[in-house]
Design a protein around this ligand. Sequence first.
Ligand code: ADP
Ligand code: MG
Length: 254
Amino acid sequence: MQALAISASAISVSIGKAPILHGVTAGFRKGRWTSIVGPNGAGKSTLLKVLAGILPCTGSVNLLGEPLPEWSRRERAQTLGWLGQNEIAAEDLGAYDIVMLGRIPHQSWLAPPSAADHAAVERALRATQSWKYRSRSLGTLSGGERQRVLLARALASEAQVLLMDEPLANLDPPHQADWLAIVRVLAAKGTTVVSVLHEISMALNADDMVIMAGGRVTYEGLCVDAATHRALEAVFDHRVAVRSVADQWIALPQ
Ligand code: ADP
Ligand code: MG
């Protein structure tokens, strides 16, 4: 069993008077890709924000063996990459500069970007097939093009732990396949990837799965395990069925 890269213990979140997460405990293993899945409103985005340290909560988050609050802001930003759901970004900024924002945790104050920063930005833009948009402002891109630039920003951070909330939003099937390939390479190189996905068939490609409903984790298991598939079918009230097609697990609507 690999060590945990990031974990949440007894996390509760309330917004106003409404309880959103009820004592969630979940661990994400180093160098593996974990999908978080569950119905709309299950608390997936809320849990991801807690892991990223951007939402107040009770309970604790541990990153690479240290409680999250004990990390310096800079080291935490170098270690923990983030791609949010429906992210608002500077629409007037060019795609290249947006992706360079992912390098801020690696730069010294007021120093110009280094050759390594430029190289990381170019690698990330090319990996997401968005090098051609480098001079376009974000606001002029289509939903899928924009999403790829924001993904490139997260990749450029070269963080050891990457948290992504619905990264496939607006991506067409070829670019979803590219995303899958990128994540597999990252995990093979030791990066820990945690992604919230509503594309269940894509989510089943991960190593591990965390299933949530009603502000709780209802199941954690391997994506290839039959018990995980049954838990997945149950959380969606048997409106999906997990089947093997051409050596792939896919979720069929019922
Ligand atoms: P998911 O990502 O699984 O769809 P979320 O974590 O976004 O779910 O939300 C979980 C629940 O918390 C939902 O019922 C949502 O309506 C509620 N919620 C999230 N943010 C707020 C907020 N700012 N104010 C009130 N309710 C919220
Ligand atoms: Mg969400």
